[in-house]
Design a protein around this ligand. Structure first.
Ligand code: 13P
Length: 248
């Protein structure tokens, strides 16, 4: 069944101590609330084990290596991520694609390793401002999806969460309108249906990311094909994150 999900992506923020304190405060603030979505915190690697053991929150890494193990100084494997207690890994974020040269081919390897190690990828796709202006945004999002994911079996694909994050909306305060987001989410679901059938497509959670916050979450989440959010800035403060979670 398709799940509603609100996932925070801390990016490169918070010391270990700040991260653990934040996670405990978030858990305490959520206690006693009836949640209509699953809540995930996407922390830096070094926080994963501590947050997973200090709280019952669902934890996501923000990346993993495209190799299983070995002489890859500074890398962290999917198996290592899984061993912390993390259940998810954010892959293909536009910041990884643009600053660290992550291609569809590299991401395909990361997705496979994540799945082999029992992690659910939160797979990010999205077009730049220039691509939207040139009216190629549907093509871009389709090729990112097809190239990295469409060799998976239907069973493996069903473990993927998609996050549509238009690059022009990330950290800019410029949220996609709910109509723009819904249009793209419906297109993504249709693309999945063409490959894996309607049932798999209907069961895929597709999150929106890009300047989502407590002020716009309710409207975004009320769209039929938007199943939650991947939240950057507004996930860093408990007081800002709770209203997003309560957008459901
Ligand atoms: P902002 O919510 O800060 O725009 O970031 C979105 C994002 O990149 C989440 O992965």
């Amino acid at each position: 069944m398709r799940k509603n999900i609100v996932a925070g992506n801390w990016k490169m923020n918070k010391s270990l101590q700040e991260g653990v304190e934040f996670a405990k405060a978030l858990e305490a603030a959520l206690a006693g609330k009836t949640l209509k979505c699953e809540v995930i915190v996407g922390t830096p690697f070094i926080h994963l084990a501590s947050v997973a053991s200090a709280t019952k929150l669902n934890v996501a890494a923000q990346n993993c290596a495209d190799k299983a193990s070995g002489a890859y100084t500074g890398e962290v494997s999917a198996a290592m991520v899984a061993s912390t207690g993390a259940k998810y890994v954010i892959l293909g974020h536009s910041e990884r694609r643009s600053y660290y040269g992550e291609t569809d081919a590299i991401l395909k390897e990361k997705v496979l390793l994540a799945l082999e190690n029992g992690l659910s990828p939160i797979f990010c796709i999205g077009e730049t401002k220039e691509e939207r202006e040139k009216n190629v945004h549907f093509d871009v999002v389709k090729s990112q999806t097809v190239n990295a994911l469409f060799e998976l079996s239907a069973e493996d694909f069903s473990k993927i969460v998609i996050a549509y994050e238009p690059v022009w909306a990330i950290g800019t305060g410029l949220t996609a309108t709910s109509a723009q987001a819904q249009e793209m989410h419906a297109f993504i679901r249709e693309t999945i249906a063409e490959k894996y059938g309607k049932e798999v497509a209907d069961n895929t959670s597709i999150l929106y990311g890009g300047s989502a916050n407590g002020g716009n979450a309710k409207e975004l989440f009320s769209c039929p094909d938007i199943d939650g959010g991947l939240i950057g800035g507004a996930s860093l403060d408990v007081e800002k994150f709770i209203p997003v979670i309560e957008g459901f």
